[in-house]
Design a protein around this ligand. Structure first.
Ligand code: 13P
Length: 250
């Protein structure tokens, strides 16, 4: 009933040549049409991604956006600019933005409002650090990150959104959450949304991210509340990314 979503987060990687090769490979491999397949590219490559993927059924987006509409915000990129290049999705609140660029819940909530108001799909990231997990605070941390957005945007705004659970300790480390660990957090997140609106919760895709690879994707995606993945390193290799997309269709 929920369409699986697999989104690649290329992070700050790529050249014109590597992007061209990667997109050709992904297109040629034809990700399953039953999976919503998305690539989130660095800003400069968006025109190239649009040219390569238009009409392919594969969607594309960015990894961040400004909460402001236009004007004197040096170095920022607006939602309208992303739309100008055909973007459908935007990653918001990734843990690297939170930890390395001081993004906090209130600003992320403003971005969420700007993105949903324009009809784009935010991929809202939540997740705990290792210290927080070991202190038994995982549930509290992810709930706070989620509720900051719901309180600002309203639960109805989640109807067009995607949520991504990315434990910080599993990102780029090769240390994946076990399916049981991930499922427990996904179920708790869905239950929390259901307290606000059961229908929105039932339809909300919740993706897992953190060292998802071709060989562990299937067991994660088999969990009831895991509706796909947000993929970092493995999204930079066409074959690996395609295998993960196929695992989400199974
Ligand atoms: P890795 O798949 O490289 O661990 O990255 C996960 C991630 O941060 C996706 O947003």
């Amino acid at each position: 009933m929920r369409t699986p979503v697999v989104a690649g987060n290329w992070k700050m990687n790529g050249t014109r040549a590597s992007v061209s090769e990667l997109l050709a490979g992904v297109k040629q491999g034809q990700p399953p049409s039953t999976v919503e397949t998305v690539v989130c590219a660095p800003y400069p490559y968006l025109p190239q991604v649009e040219a390569a993927l238009a009409g392919s059924g594969i969607r594309w987006g960015a990894q961040n956006v400004s909460e402001h509409a236009a004007g004197a915000y040096t170095g920022e990129v607006s939602v309208a600019m992303l739309q100008d290049f055909g973007c459908s999705h935007v990653i918001l609140g990734h843990s690297e933005r939170r930890s390395l660029f001081a993004e906090q819940d209130p600003g992320i909530a403003e971005k969420f409002v700007a993105v949903t108001a324009a009809g784009l799909t935010p991929i809202l990231c939540v997740g705990e650090t290792l210290e927080q997990r070991e202190a038994g605070a995982t549930g509290q941390v992810v709930e706070q990150q989620l509720m900051a957005v719901i309180q600002r945007a309203g639960v109805a705004a989640l109807a067009g959104a995607v949520l991504a659970y990315e434990p910080v300790w599993a990102i780029g480390t090769g240390r994946t959450a076990t399916p049981e660990q991930a499922q427990a957090v996904h179920a708790a997140l869905r239950a929390r949304v259901a307290q606000e609106d059961a229908a929105v919760a039932a339809k909300l895709p919740i993706l897992y991210g953190g060292s998802v690879k071709a060989d562990n994707a299937a067991e994660l995606f088999a969990c009831e509340d895991i509706d796909g993945g947000l993929i970092g390193g493995a999204s930079l290799k066409a074959d690996d990314f395609l295998q993960i997309c196929r695992a989400a269709a199974a």
